[in-house]
Ligand binder design. Structure first.
Ligand SMILES: [Zn+2]
Length: 331
């Protein structure tokens, strides 16, 4: 009798195993999926890119100064920052959580995890001035929960760069924003804040550090030349940074953003109505006056909103031409 019971139990176990493997044809795949996932988590937790990028250094480098050890009062926010990442990771790690599928009730649906995936890369760089009085003040602003603002990088006047968030995660720097048909630029961009009160010139050491950082970001994420823009460009009604003192022409010479001056020899190929040309560059014309002001601040270093002069219009159309040409280039 005892023997019969043992045989019965064995048969039940075997049946259970057979059923398990029949119901789940992907046990191996799930294991691989989890392995891949853990690999990417390890990548996120690295504070700097894993891959060492080698590039030419055409700009004078700011010597590394070994100043006072990082302000210890940021230890607690470093800890909290990691805690928030842990929470996000926990949410993602429930891979059977059906994400958008969970909102579909009336159509048959099922999650089957692919093993071929990676983190999403940014495709824009948005440049800001902090409108604050010091780097320390900005670092404190970005580490207080009540402010609800942050950036990936903060560059001080002396050229020191602070990274505050992994490039693949979303910082809260742009707010409501639109550029061309892309809305919510936070989702697709890196935010860089320059310590500057908005009324003073930008320091050379700071711009040098910015150029070096941009070179790394452009190469690593293949960010198109025309996608290096300012906060005031993507939120013209609310924002005016960076100010007219920001050297966009220096950035453009190094391959970051579009620029033309009046002596530029580019032929104008297509003359569009001025408002359409402005939209083609990327500006939202929901408030036309604000859009013109943003355009003139960026490309003409002018704080007025009206485009009346012939030269203004020429620059607008040459920029459109450049954007068309970049769109067709293979860079
Ligand atoms: Zn800003």
């Amino acid at each position: 009798m005892l023997l019969l019971k043992k045989i019965y139990n064995i048969i039940i176990c075997v049946l259970f195993l057979v059923m398990f493997f029949q119901c789940n044809p992907y046990p191996q795949k799930i294991k691989m999926h989890k392995q891949q996932y853990e690999y990417y988590l390890a990548t996120i937790y690295k504070p700097y890119p894993m891959e060492i990028i080698r590039f030419e250094k055409p700009f004078p480098l700011v010597p590394k100064k070994h100043g006072p050890v990082l302000l210890t009062h940021f230890d607690s926010t470093n800890f909290l920052s990691k805690l928030i990442l842990d929470t996000l990771v926990k949410e993602l790690s429930v891979y059977k959580n059906l994400d958008s599928l969970k909102y579909i009730y009336n159509i048959e649906n099922q999650w089957i995890g692919t093993i071929n995936y990676s983190l999403r890369d940014p495709n824009f760089v948005i440049i800001h001035h902090t409108a604050q009085n010091s780097c320390l003040q900005t670092l404190e602003t970005f580490t207080k929960a009540k402010t609800k603002v942050s950036a990936h990088y903060v560059i001080c006047k002396n050229g020191k760069i602070y990274q505050m968030l992994n490039d693949n995660l979303k910082a809260w720097h742009a707010g409501y924003s639109k550029w061309g048909d892309v809305e919510n630029l936070n989702a697709v961009s890196i935010g860089i804040e320059l310590d500057n009160n908005g009324l003073e010139p930008f320091d050379t050491a700071q711009i040098n550090s910015l150029l070096i950082l941009l070179q790394i970001l452009k190469k690593k994420y293949k960010i198109p030349t025309q996608n290096f823009i300012g906060h005031g460009d993507i939120a013209p009604i609310r924002k005016n940074d960076p100010s007219i003192l920001f050297p966009w022409e220096v950035l453009a010479q190094a391959g970051f953003g579009l620029w033309v001056d009046i002596n530029d020899s580019t032929e104008i190929q297509a003359v569009l109505p001025k408002k359409v040309a402005l939209q083609y560059l990327g500006y939202s014309t929901k408030d036309t006056v604000a859009a013109w002001r943003a355009f003139k601040r960026h490309y003409l270093k002018d704080t007025t909103a009206s485009v009346t002069s012939f030269n203004d219009s020429i620059i607008l159309h040459k920029l459109v031409n450049k954007k068309i040409n970049y769109g067709f280039s293979t860079q």
